[in-house]
Ligand binder design. Structure first.
Ligand code: KG4
Ligand code: ZN
Length: 338
């Protein structure tokens, strides 16, 4: 089954051609970072307009790289939520138009499901249900129980900033641009993770499977300059490295600690991790150590499939098998939480 995936939930204009939910024939992602960088974050209106400008070429590019023609497609899979409303509308409109013109089935992909199932896209064996998943992206930090390809139950989520958002906001404090995750990871390599003891919110609270990362960002800010004082124009590179490493260790400590609690309390023994922050090498290292020590199986999405991409739409094969085909009046659902 040859699927065209379209993903425009945020600021990446992404398309992919995937055969049988596994063989990636092409994966195209046109990064819009240059258009958003000077604003220090994503500007939704700019993202939507860029998707309009880039999407047709990204679709043709994917087909060209795969050496495939429109007529050979067996279906179109598109992200319909959650995400930025204007951005989602562009991808969904394109997918519906193609499905109508080509008379092919249309599949609606929940972006969060896509991130979770990305952990299995390079595996020979499909996931066995149920399993636990940690979703850590720019917009979400959630622990979910995954019962089937189409059903996830959120067990806990962040009270404030998402993990990726904390990386992005802290990166700004340290003088880096957007996206902040890769910059902090890079800076942290030269730093001492024990230099500063930043807060690890709720880490010992076994009752609540909740995250909070906004206090962490504030703690970094007040380490740079106490409340009421302006931070200096430039920070010494050694200080930046120590702040980055100590910040990162606090984030990873919380994520590992909360997932261990969740595995224990649910009795599940498989953990899948997806979303942009899962691309972080320190996170992977710490989870691998935990998996060995506490005997759970760990699946982390390959680095290039952690951040937003259209290959994640390959899970539509499961929807196709289950007969979950959308009507052409499919609407975007920006606040989708399932
Ligand atoms: O999944 P994603 O591409 O988009 C959303 O659905 O939000 O995640 C983007 C987020 C950004 O906050 C970015 O800073 C973070 O993922 N990120 C990372 C790394 N690469 C991307 N965070 C930590 N370490 C990384 N290497
Ligand atoms: Zn995402």
């Amino acid at each position: 089954m040859l699927l065209l995936g379209i993903e425009t939930s945020c600021d990446d204009t992404a398309t992919a051609l995937v055969r049988d939910g596994r063989d990636v024939l092409a994966s195209v992602s046109t990064n819009q970072d240059a258009f958003h960088a000077k604003y220090g974050g994503i500007v939704p209106e700019i993202a939507s307009r860029q998707h309009v400008a880039l999407l047709s070429a990204a679709i043709e590019d994917a087909l060209g790289r795969a050496g495939a023609r429109f007529a050979e497609l067996d279906g179109i899979a598109v992200t319909y939520g959650p995400g930025l409303i204007g951005s989602l509308v562009v991808g969904v409109a394109a997918a519906k138009a193609l499905a109508f013109a080509l008379d092919k089935p249309l599949f609606a992909i929940n972006h969060l499901h896509g991130h979770v199932f990305a952990a299995f896209l390079d595996r020979a064996e499909p996931p066995s249900f149920p399993f636990l998943a940690l979703l850590v992206s720019g917009g979400h930090s959630q622990v979910v129980a995954v019962d089937s390809p189409a059903r996830m139950t959120v067990l806990g989520r962040t009270r404030d900033d998402a993990a990726g958002e904390a990386y992005d906001k802290t990166a700004r404090l340290l003088g880096f641009g957007y996206p902040g995750g890769p910059a902090i990871e890079q800076a942290a390599r030269a730093g001492n993770a024990q230099a500063f003891r930043f807060p690890r919110s709720f880490i010992h609270d076994r009752q609540r499977l909740a995250f909070s990362f906004s206090g962490l960002k504030t703690a970094v800010r007040y380490t740079i300059a106490p409340p009421g004082l302006e931070p200096p124009e430039r920070l010494a590179p050694e200080l930046v490295a120590d702040l980055a490493a100590s910040f990162q260790e606090a984030v990873v400590d919380v994520l590992v600690g909360k997932c261990r609690h969740a595995l224990e309390s649910t009795g599940l023994s498989v953990l899948a991790i997806g979303g942009g922050v899962a691309a972080n090498a320190r996170l992977a290292e710490r989870f691998q150590q935990a998996a060995q020590q506490h005997a759970f199986r760990l699946y982390i999405a390959p680095r290039q499939l952690c951040t937003d991409n259209a290959v994640m739409g390959a899970i539509a094969v499961e929807r196709w098998r289950a007969g979950l085909i959308e009507a052409l009046d499919l609407d975007v659902t920006p606040g989708l939480v399932r």
